[in-house]
Design a protein around this ligand. Sequence first.
Ligand SMILES: Cc1cc2nc3c(=O)[nH]c(=O)nc-3n(C[C@H](O)[C@H](O)[C@H](O)COP(=O)(O)O)c2cc1C
Length: 314
Amino acid sequence: MKLKKINVNGITTDNNIFLAPLAGFSDFAMRSLCISYGASLTFTEMVSCKGLLYGNANTEDLLYTTDDEKIKCVQIFGNNPDIMRRACELPSLEKFDIIDVNFGCPMPKIFNNGEGSALLQNPFLAEKIISELKKTGKRITAKMRIGIETGKPLATDFAKALEQGGVDMITIHGRARDKIYAGPVNYGEIAKVKQTVFVPVIANGGVFTVEDADKMLEETGADGIMLARGALERPWLFSELCGKKVTVRKNEIIRKHIEKLLEKFDDRTVAVNFRKQICLYLKGEPNSSILKEKIFKMKNTADILSAVDDFFLS
Ligand SMILES: Cc1cc2nc3c(=O)[nH]c(=O)nc-3n(C[C@H](O)[C@H](O)[C@H](O)COP(=O)(O)O)c2cc1C
């Protein structure tokens, strides 16, 4: 794919391949792994502004970062400009260079609360959120969808409102809210946004291979690509997109990933929480269902690593 640097209002990334915010997955360890393969910008999973302000216990883990992240980006969600700005002024967010606002989450509990993708129907409020957040002096970016209902595009007007508010970069997921994460990506709507705004536009959705990435850039004219599920299944896809040859030894990648998590969490927590990630690493591996079943009963990482080694090396 055609690599280039992206200038986010004065911060320049090494390339144009980013890791998406992914609730339950894009923690510090996954972000570090993706950076080691060439991701130049990574995002925390979405964090509730109300949760931040009212000291919700689990936000500390979500905000944890390492020095691997040269540019630190947090994604937030909410719908009240004042609460959102106050959350972003908390000391716990000081270390972040970029604050990304979620305008895409399709989940009912977020949508029905008027947050995430529900804001797509309220460009006036979205503009206000961005302009209020700009008062923090941070770079403010946005991640949006092409619309709420397939066939009823609203992305260009919405992107214009974000730009009016002072947004510094827009990522656009090329599916409407009603499709959640399934089905084809609408390149045409992403292209229209790219033609409408002056800030960098990053395209997202359905990129699992180098060919997908090439097609996405060609059809949309976007400045860069954001990988989501493609990176969770194959974090080394970043290297492939950078044109590097990679020798994939999944057992070693799994070991590296687990070791990184153990830098912060205790062994049992890692063993239990890593189960969902291991299923993604094992996707497409013939005869891996017995291994998955075994791993789901394991409560320490030594047992998991030994089972994984046995599977891949025997
Ligand atoms: C498990 C999961 C969690 C996600 N969490 C977030 C999130 O916290 N914030 C966000 O903006 N998007 C989130 N997304 C959406 C992804 O960032 C991305 O837009 C979507 O998966 C489409 O890209 P893909 O087709 O390459 O996977 C999530 C998606 C999945 C599958």
